[in-house]
Structures are given as structure tokens and as C-alpha cells.
Design a protein around this ligand. Sequence first.
Ligand code: MLT
Length: 396
Amino acid sequence: MKLNRNFLSLQESYLFATVGAKYAAYQAAHPEKKVIKLSIGDVTRPLAPCVIFAMHRAVDEMAKKETFKGYGPDATVYGYDALIGSIRGRYARRGVELEAGEIFISDGAKSDLGNILDLFSADNTVLVPDPVYPAYVDANLMAGRNIVYADATEENHFLPLPDERVAADVIYICSPNNPTGAVYDRAGLQAWVDYANRRGAVILFDAAYEAFVSDPALPRSIYEIEGAKTCAVEFCSYSKTAGFTGVRCGYTVVPKELVREGVPLGKLWTRRQCTKFNGVSYITQMGAAAVFTEAGEREIAENLAYYRANADRIAQTLREAGVWYTGGKDSPYIWLKCPHGMKSWEFFDRLLEEANVVGTPGSGFGKNGEGFFRLTAFSTAENTAEACERLKQFLR
Ligand code: MLT
């Protein structure tokens, strides 16, 4: 028996686990202190009423033999019609037509962003921006893939563009970006789509934060960009959009036109999912189906506005303190430059100890994140307000 030794090349602990452990250790040592977490992007608003109603109804259906459901519909990966229909409707409102068979239901974007790698040869070169959501990097390190990095820096507004000298086969793009909150405009995404089509590369587009885009000029799906259907897979999730971090539901779009080496990627993904995945529960799918209805869109808009107000408050606090930051406008993440040239972990420790506020050190997202720090707008309004007061004192 031999281990997959690629695991040994990973950092000992996943970034958010390390942050969580530091928080827990501090809180255990200081039980009298109220520590506020603006670290992992976990939501605090409860599920929308229409979601709860739909899930209750689905539970009742499961209780009667006439309406009980076992495994999902044929090729379980496709999900129930009600959910697929509502996702297609959401895209259609942005001018993107998708076929039912192009949408795959999952338990969230993170799983599929790693699982999709089963389709690609281990000797492909993967391109990820730096800084980046660490799950992309770790999933590829586990498979022993070569990773090249696109520098995302203050100079390029954390939105790197393709470099023709770099030979990438698989490209991860997250917009609105985690961790920097930067959002590609159409021209930026078009550059990546053109590069991928020219090279025959595949873009893995993480749209988990699309619901936070409020500027109508900014794209929310890669398929709003010409040529994207022949080069991009899109991953999205109900976690941040509709508070499903604890419920688990997402969807992955593999367009019919996406073909490599004469093989449609959707065919391989179906084969992979049928073998390794048994679908998302009926109750969860019915709850998710309620999200993109008229009532659902209205209700989630209230939650999104709530988080946007938190982001505004954090941004205002930083502006008043003269701290450089980006994000927080079309994104729930605020990416700030640690004052006085502090390193990311040094800022983390001091903020935790002196202000009892937890964030995420930028260096945990890659070398270009050193000296930066991420705060999330997903906390409660009360805790965000209190954290901002403490931040204000601390930055003084
Ligand atoms: C984050 O904090 O970056 C995200 O919440 C992590 C995730 O969605 O898995």
C-alpha cells in the first residue's frame, strides 16, 4: 500500500481551519471576552420564508407513500425539473439560454470545483491567480498537478489578464473574487475567454458571489461573454446567495458546445457524477427551487441588502481611518492593506488580541496576499457595528 504522497506537500492545516483553531484557542483562554468573527465567509441570515415553506412542503411529501421520493430523476445528477427550470430562468433573465441537460445539481461549488479535476489529465498545467481561494490550489496539489500563478496585485487591481507566454490548460477564475472582492468587467473576462479558446484550455469559473454584483454593467456569468460556451464550466452555489452554507446546494453548468479532444465535457461529467455522486436531497432541491422565483428573488434581495450594508459600514470605517482597501462594493469581502507595513499574521494576532475581532490573513491566500487582510460582511449587523467600533479604536 502506498499513500498519495501529494497530500504531504499540503500545508498542515487548511487556512480556515487554522484561523478557526486560533480563534477557538483565544476564546478558550479568555472566556469573558466577546470575540467577533469576520473571518470565514459564513452567513448569518436565516433561510428566506419561501425556502422554508417549500422545504416544509417537501418534508410532508416525503411522509406520504403517494408523493414519497427515493433517488432523484433519471441521471440523478440533473436534479428535479422545478430546480433546473428556476436556474434556467435566472440565466435567461441575464440573456443566457441554457439547456436542461447542461445544468448539474451539486452540494455546493467547492465540491465540484475540486471534483471536476477528475476529467483532466494529471499532467495538465493549472493556472490560478495569486491570491486565491485555497481550495483550488489544494485540490490540484492533491492530484499532483503543476500549478502556475497569475499575479493579482494592487497594480492590476487584483484582476490579472492572460499572459500569452504562459501555457495553461485549466484556468480558475472567481469573479466577484474571493478573497480580494475585485470583479472582472466584460473586457477582462473576454480576454480570458479568447485566450482559453485559442489555446484549447478550459476555464473553471466560480460564480459563487454573483448575487452581490449590483453594477448592471458587470458580468455575473461567464456565459454573458461571447465564446464562453466553448471554453468554460461555471460553478455556482446557493450558499452565499440564499444562506445555504448549512443546507448545501449548488449547480455546475457544462455547456454542450464545450468539447475537448472530440469529447463533450458534459458527457464525462455525467459519467463521473453517476459513478461518484447520488444527487442532492429532494427537500434541499425544493428549497433551492424557491430561491429564483419572484417571491424568492425579492426575499433574498433583502438578505443581500443586509450584507451590503455591513460591507458599507466596514468600508466606511476603513476609509475614515485612512486604510487602503478594495472590494466590499459588488462583493461581500473587503480586502485591506495592513497599516504600518504589518504582515498579515501580525495584523491578525494584534486585531484578535487588542480588538477581539477575527479576520483572515491575506498571506493565507498566496504570496501576493502578504501584507493584506480579508474581512467578511456576512456577520450580523449588530456584530459588524461593534466590530467596526473596535476596529476604529484599534486603527487609531
Ligand atoms: C471563505 O471564507 O472564503 C468561504 O466561505 C469559504 C468557502 O466558501 O468554502
